[in-house]
Design a protein around this ligand. Sequence first.
Ligand SMILES: Nc1ncnc2c1ncn2[C@@H]1O[C@H](COP(=O)(O)OP(=O)(O)OP(=O)(O)O)[C@@H](O)[C@H]1O
Length: 527
Amino acid sequence: MDRASSLLFSGVHVNRKRFSQDIARFQQAKEKVNSSNAEDEASLPSLEAKVNKKEKKRKRKDKDSSVVEGFSVFKSSESLPSIREKNALEADSAMQKKEEEKQIERASIMRKKYGIHISGHGVPPPLESFAELSSRYNCKPYILRNLSGLGFREPTPIQRQAIPVLLSKRDCFACAPTGSGKTLAFLCPMLMKIKPGSKKGVKGVILCPTRELASQTARECKKLAKGRKFYIKLMTKELSRCGDFEKMTCDIIISTPLRLDYVIRKRKLDLSRVKYLVLDEADKLFELGFLEQIDSVVKACSKTSIVRSLFSATLPETVEKLASTVMVDAVRIIIGRKNSASELIKQKLIFAGSEKGKLLALRQRFSESLNPPVLVFVQSKERAKELYKELAFDDIKADAIHADLSQQQRDDAVDNFRSGKTWVLIATDVVARGMDFKGVNCVINYDFPESAAAYIHRIGRSGRAGRPGEAVTLYTEEDKPFLRNIANVMAASGCEVPAWILALPKLRKRKHRPGRDSISVIPEDAV
Ligand SMILES: Nc1ncnc2c1ncn2[C@@H]1O[C@H](COP(=O)(O)OP(=O)(O)OP(=O)(O)O)[C@@H](O)[C@H]1O
């Protein structure tokens, strides 16, 4: 008996004969079941394979899920350091933010201390010292050596702010008092950013309104570049006419607008690689007489990444507006009060009544005290010649400089005044801007200046680089209505001005250039 039937019938006595048919039927059914079991067994490998496959799949799934789980576990077990990393990063950025805030605060304290006013976004902090040129901007040692050789111990306010702005390749408007070191403020970044001796053309252009100023700037540039093989060229008349610019190595060109415009028009010089363009005495350069030439130079300096800058002691809003059409995202830097005279200059107004009265007043002053070097400004070359003739009769070492002289004569007049051979230099406005005659003790406005800006620049020939200076302005009845403009400048720089002058009516007319009686009192045949 097989096991199933024995279990089914255990302990039960069955009459096999009586139930033989049922047993036979049961037997058939059992065989059927057995045969079907046998069939099932035959198909077992495939089923097992299926099960195995399923099992494998499950295991793989499990494995996969364990991988995923593992990964997530790994993630969560690795997330500790990552959280730490995140925290560290956050702490770092918080510290960085704090440091930035401190820097901003330090910068604003320094700006306050030095009277630096800025507008524009992301303006770099001012320099604390020249040494920062190395630490912050990787400046080559020769510049620091030259600065120290020139006796410049610390940067002036305009240098503190304009140098970082230009080094960060931002266009800029810079307005700072006369004699406050604007020249170095634009020369220094230019030399730092230009590779000397490149054969690829001019990289720096400086425009000045007069040949004298261009020549002075070229000399200053060479002093600062000493020790490096820079090719710095002053655009003289001869160079503009005969220079072969294609064969010439030239890193920096310093020129008046007229000369540079000439070579551009003659297609002698390619300025398309210029990286730095400086307009010194910018408000003068934006006057009608220069405008076309400036336009031609600005167009010729066509590099898109060019850095353009405007410098002057006087920058009227009209000029800023006009210039802003060619500037990109410019920073504006004002030192002290905009369009004001240097506070180092003691300013005086003297009423002389008439033209004759002016000559008397001048003679009297020179007889009482002549403290050379003295600069005397007149309004025209004719008047410069006349006054020179008058003073030549007195025992004064005087000379004159004006546009009727040859270039050589003008250079000699400047050199003799600089070296002390000339005590009194009679000049037109040709030397009113930018000229750095060291130690001019007094500026005398023999003829009333034509505008407040002209006044600021003229008197700014004294009181330079921290030294005190004096300015005397003679006026006649005719000049009285224009006194208020000058008096405002005087008052703004802390000089005393009579109340009646400040109460004079405002004038619409800006320029004052009246016809004046001749200075000469000496008969023509006596000369
Ligand atoms: N950091 C400095 N320390 C001492 N002297 C300096 C410094 N920088 C420039 N100077 C000197 O100051 C004098 C005036 O400088 P600069 O001619 O550049 O003045 P400026 O601001 O351009 O004046 P202006 O408006 O009349 O053109 C120069 O004799 C120059 O050598």
